[in-house]
Design a binder for this molecule. Structure first.
Ligand SMILES: Nc1ncnc2c1ncn2[C@@H]1O[C@H](COP(=O)(O)OP(=O)(O)OP(=O)(O)O)[C@@H](O)[C@H]1O
Ligand SMILES: [Mg+2]
Length: 215
């Protein structure tokens, strides 16, 4: 049995709560992130830093699907390399840096070139026949060298159109680049905006404003 498999099996989740909660993990794993389908840990082995994504029981099948998509993208520089995959985990390259969410919160400037890098990454995926979806601020990482990596590709195989990245780019051009836009955005604001976006409320307000302007 590989170390990653052993580690993934010693991660225990409490699945009785509404949101899965981490109950136990091996000391060698450092918690670095949480999403809707998994917790992600940093793991060091022979000086190499790796990320171990351990899926919640109800998302186990996602592990295989996401790993297959990462493999398809293995010749693009914009996605992490995959080292090992198992029935409920993926062991991949650890991407050092800050997610775009953290950049907004900490006041780290997001430049036009970084937006273009995301566009290039998504174009690489389209050229592989994929449909880049679920592109949100926590799935984009700005590395210390200023390049961008895209993580969390499980939904790239869906057929439904996703305009999240186009909406984020519009918000970047219309709001973020406007003088007077706050340098640091509190997490509560970002969570509220994300919630209103998910409920389609922001999109409705925006359409109403545009219609009023044109009438
Ligand atoms: N390879 C990696 N290197 C560094 N950090 C990572 C890596 N993979 C994931 N993370 C961190 O863990 C968080 C959760 O990971 P991920 O987005 O893959 O989980 P998810 O459950 O699929 O998320 P979502 O809620 O977007 O569906 C990320 O937002 C990021 O902060
Ligand atoms: Mg994610």
């Amino acid at each position: 049995m590989t170390k990653a498999k052993t580690y993934s099996e010693t991660v225990i989740y409490d699945t009785n709560k509404r949101f899965n909660k981490l109950v136990k993990k091996p000391d060698e794993l450092e918690l670095i992130g949480k999403g809707r389908s998994a917790y992600v840990f940093k793991l060091r082995e022979q000086g190499r830093e790796m990320a171990l994504k351990v899926f919640f029981p109800e998302f186990k099948e996602t592990a295989q699907r996401e790993a297959e998509i990462y493999k398809k993208l293995s010749d693009s520089p914009y996605y992490p390399d995959i080292y090992e995959t198992g029935h409920s985990y993926i062991l991949m390259e650890y991407i050092k840096g800050h997610t775009f969410y953290e950049c907004l919160n900490k006041g780290i400037r997001i430049e036009d070139e970084m937006i273009q890098e995301v566009d290039r990454a998504l174009q690489d995926a389209r050229l592989k026949g994929l449909n880049p979806s679920d592109i949100h601020l926590r799935n984009l990482i700005l590395t210390p060298s200023g390049s961008v990596k895209v993580i969390d590709v499980a939904r790239f195989s869906q057929t439904k159109a996703c305009k999240q990245w186009e909406d984020l780019k519009s918000a970047y051009q219309i709001l973020y680049k406007k003088s007077g836009f706050p340098q640091k955005i509190p997490k509560l604001w970002m969570e509220t905006i994300a919630f209103l976006y998910k409920k389609n409320w922001l999109q409705k307000q925006w359409t109403a404003r545009k219609n009023k302007f044109h009438s």
